[in-house]
Unconditional design. Structure first.
Length: 352
């Protein structure tokens, strides 16, 4: 079978390899890959800035945003041939820490977790892959075209869960949410906000292309003005920050409504310094009981929440997020930015 592999730490090492077909071990599903999504983490791995090969190996099979169809499943696993499935990205650390021991590996304390396609475990960018039945999640059979959006949806399902749990420390009826960044994470965060009945606003820089249209189609409001202007006018109860840009992060913190929750999901990559009025931030946060929370990855509960969110969503709208589908043999194209990209996926099943 063909697999997209990389030597972590070595620039220019991304390559299509011919590997032996995987053999499912006890308790594992054998899955035919349909597609993998490409995100910033994949690009960082390809650019040799991140990623670890499995111990004793040079190459890592890339791909953590999976979608496949079960070929074989063990009896009693709850899966059968033909099921649409996604593989979970993270596995608990071997110690395990207290969080991992309780299934909360997304909150691992010792950093010794592993991740498919990222950290010491092969990913899902191959024509066939295996996954433990306990770390596979079934999708609604109608999601074959868009189920590759599942993994980024788990990330925002967790982010929203964190927001509601934090809000739950006192009376909480949030009305208005601002999402900063209209990439796949921002769009899916907006989708879940709308599903939860909030008035949702999305801020991004672009004024053309698919993003404004996709936001409006959701029943949300698109903004492209300065973040201070937009946020100070809106006074959102919730901000889901999906850019990692320091200026947006601190503008969001300064402009929430009282009891505001700002959830940070974007990882800053630049070393650019932002001037911050630290005393003003402190004053605002204390006097309004505000919370800023970071959120990364997702556990099995969030995968189930995401599967429900996708099953409820409009399929055409989800399909509109996938702005390019690149066949496996043209993998290089998937790592070149396109002008109107939202989500780019690599197809693994010979289709396009
Ligand atoms: Zn990703
Ligand atoms: Zn752990």
């Amino acid at each position: 079978m063909r697999a997209l592999t990389v030597v972590p730490g070595t620039p220019g090492s991304l390559d299509l390899a011919e590997l032996a077909d995987p053999e499912p071990r006890s308790g594992e599903l054998l899955v035919e890959g349909l597609a993998v999504g490409v995100c910033g983490t994949d690009k960082e791995i390809v650019q040799a800035e991140y990623g670890w090969a499995p111990p004793g190996r040079e190459r890592l099979v890339l791909g953590h945003e999976s979608l496949g169809r079960v070929r074989t499943a063990p009896d009693g696993s709850g899966f059968s041939a033909g099921d649409l499935v996604v593989g979970v990205v993270r596995r608990p650390d071997p110690v395990p820490c207290g969080a991992c021991a309780r299934g909360e590996f997304d909150n691992c304390r010792n950093g010794r977790y592993t991740e498919r396609g990222i950290k010491e475990l092969d990913g899902y960018a191959s024509e066939l892959w295996c996954v433990e039945a306990d770390y596979a999640v079934a999708l609604d059979p109608g999601l074959a075209e868009v189920g590759v959006l599942m993994e980024p949806t788990t990330v925002v399902a967790k982010a929203w869960e964190q927001v509601w749990r934090i809000g739950g420390r006192a009376w909480y009826e949030p009305k208005r949410a601002l999402v900063t960044g209209a990439g796949p994470i921002g769009m899916l965060a907006a989708m879940i906000g709308v599903q939860q009945g909030l008035e949702v606003h999305v801020l991004d820089r672009v004024t053309s292309g698919p993003k404004p249209r996709l936001v409006e189609a959701l029943g949300a409001t698109y903004h492209h003005d300065d973040v201070d202007d937009v946020a100070s006018k809106l006074q959102p109860d919730v901000v889901i920050e999906a850019t990692g840009a320091g200026s947006l992060v601190f503008s969001a913190i300064r402009n929430t409504a009282p009891f505001g929750v700002v959830c940070l999901t974007g990882v800053s990559s630049s070393v650019r310094k932002t001037q911050v009025d630290t005393e003003g931030v402190n004053r605002e946060m204390v006097l309004e009981n505000d919370v800023v929370v970071g959120s990364v990855n997702a556990n099995l509960r969030h995968y189930r929440q995401a599967a429900d969110a996708l099953a409820q969503a409009d399929r055409d709208w989800l399909a509109g997020l996938i702005t390019r589908r690149v066949p496996l043999e043209s993998f290089e194209d998937a790592f070149e930015p396109g002008p109107d990209d939202v989500k780019v996926v690599i197809t693994l099943d010979g289709g396009d």
